[in-house]
Design a protein around this ligand. Structure first.
Ligand SMILES: CC(C)(COP(=O)(O)OP(=O)(O)OC[C@H]1O[C@@H](n2cnc3c(N)ncnc32)[C@H](O)[C@@H]1OP(=O)(O)O)[C@@H](O)C(=O)NCCC(=O)NCCSC(=O)C[C@H](O)C(=O)O
Ligand SMILES: [Mg+2]
Length: 298
C-alpha cells in the first residue's frame, strides 16, 4: 500500500474527553493531531470521550492536517468499541497503543476490512515496551496498512525501570531499533513526547536530537510545544538554498557527461541529490499546509 507522504513535524496528543481541546485543535498549527482515547482519558470518561472523538472526526474542519485516533488496547474493555467507532468515522489513521506483536496489527487490519473501513484509513503503532523493541522488524513488516511507528518513551522508560535524562541515553538503543525497522520497511516514525511543558530550550534540544536521528517529527502534549517543534523539524532557509544548488549543480554535471558535482567544496553524488529533493518536497508540503492554515484563520 502506497502511503501519502505528509508533513509530520509536530503531532499533538489531545485528550478525547476534553471538548474544549478538541475544538481548539482546529486552530492549532500542529501538522497532525492525535485524538486520544487511551492514557489521557480517565476510566470514568472513556465512553464520553469515544462519542466526542467520533463527533469531532465526523465534523471535519482540520484542513490538510492528519487526524489520528488513538484507541484503547484491544485487551481492554474499551478497545473493540473504539476500533468500531474509528472504522466508521474514518480518520486518517488509527493508532494502536502498546503493540508488541505483528498479529495485533494484522488483526486490526482484518477488522477494518470486515467493518468496511475506507482503504484510506492507515494503521499506526505505538512502540513503547521492551518486547516491541525486540520485535520492531516483525511489527514494521506486519501489514501494508501500517504507515507509521510512534515512540512511546514515557511507557518505555517506565517498563525499562530507567530515567528520563536530557541526553536520553537510556532509550537510545530503543530509538535506534525502531528507526532501523521503520526505514527498512519505508514507514514514517515519530519521536516520543517531552514532558516538561514549560522548558522550551530543553524541548528544542530534544527536537534537534530527534531530527538528527532521522525522526520525521515529534509527538507533543501541549500547544505551547508546537512552534518550536515545527521550526526545528522544518528545513531551514539555508538547507533549502543548499538543496536547490545541489540539484542544479548535479543537473549541470550530468549534462556535461559527469556523474558528480562539487558545491561549496563538497562532493555531490546522486544520493545527495535524492536527499536534497526529499528536503525540497518536504518544504513544499509544509508551505502548502501553512498556507492552508493561514487561509482558514482569515
Ligand atoms: C498537560 C495538560 C493536562 C495541561 O492542560 P491545561 O492545564 O489545560 O493547560 P493550559 O491551561 O496551559 O492550556 C492552555 C490552552 O490549551 C489547551 N490545551 C492544553 N493542552 C492541549 C492539548 N493537548 N491539545 C489541545 N489543546 C490543549 C487548553 O484547553 C487551553 O485552551 P483554552 O481553554 O483556549 O485556553 C494538557 O495539555 C493535556 O492533557 N495534554 C495531553 C496529555 C496527553 O495527551 N497525554 C497522553 C499522551 S502522552 C503519552 O503518553 C505518549 C505515549 O503513550 C508514551 O507512553 O510516551
Ligand atoms: Mg504510552
Amino acid at each position: 500500500m502506497q502511503h501519502p507522504v505528509r508533513p509530520r513535524r509536530s503531532v499533538l496528543y489531545m485528550p478525547g474527553s476534553r471538548q474544549r481541546a478538541l475544538e481548539k485543535a482546529r486552530t492549532l498549527p500542529a501538522d497532525a493531531l492525535i485524538l486520544d482515547l487511551e492514557d489521557a482519558v480517565a476510566i470514568a470518561e472513556k465512553d464520553t470521550a469515544r462519542s466526542l472523538v467520533a463527533a469531532a472526526v465526523r465534523e471535519k474542519g482540520f484542513g490538510r492536517r492528519e487526524v489520528i485516533v488513538r484507541i484503547n488496547g484491544l485487551d481492554t474493555q474499551w478497545g473493540e468499541a473504539d476500533l468500531e467507532m474509528a472504522a466508521f468515522v474514518a480518520p486518517d489513521a488509527i493508532l494502536i497503543p502498546k503493540v508488541e506483536d505483528p498479529d495485533t496489527v494484522t488483526y486490526v487490519a482484518r477488522r477494518l476490512a470486515t467493518l468496511g473501513a475506507s482503504d484510506k484509513v492507515a494503521i499506526w503503532a505505538m512502540m513503547e515496551t521492551p518486547l516491541a523493541m525486540l520485535r520492531a522488524p516483525e511489527i514494521a513488516a506486519s501489514h501494508p496498512r501500517l504507515a507509521c511507528l510512534v515512540m512511546g518513551t514515557n511507557d518505555l522508560v517506565k517498563e525499562l525501570h530507567a530515567e528520563h535524562t536530557e541526553t536520553r541515553t537510556p532509550v537510545i538503543t530503543a530509538l535506534g531499533l525502531c528507526l532501523l525497522a521503520a526505514r527498512a520497511h519505508k514507514l514514517a516514525i515519530l519521536d516520543g513526547v517531552y514532558n516538561a511543558i514549560k522548558d522550551e530550550e530543553a524541548l528544542a534540544q530534544s527536537c534537534r536530537q530527534g531530527k538528527e536521528f532521522g525522526m520525521d517529527g515529534k509527538t507533543l502534549i501541549h500547544p505551547s510545544q508546537i512552534d518550536v517543534t515545527n521550526r526545528i523539524f522544518a528545513p531551514s532557509p539555508e538547507e533549502i538554498d543548499l538543496a536547490k544548488r545541489y540539484v542544479a549543480a548535479f543537473r549541470e554535471a550530468e549534462a556535461a557527461g559527469r556523474g558528480v558535482a562539487v558545491v561549496d567544496g563538497r562532493l555531490v553524488e546522486n544520493l545527495h541529490v535524492e536527499t536534497a529533493k526529499r528536503l525540497l518536497e518536504q518544504a513544499e508540503m509544509i508551505g502548502a499546509l501553512e498556507a492552508d492554515l493561514a487561509a482558514a484563520a482569515e
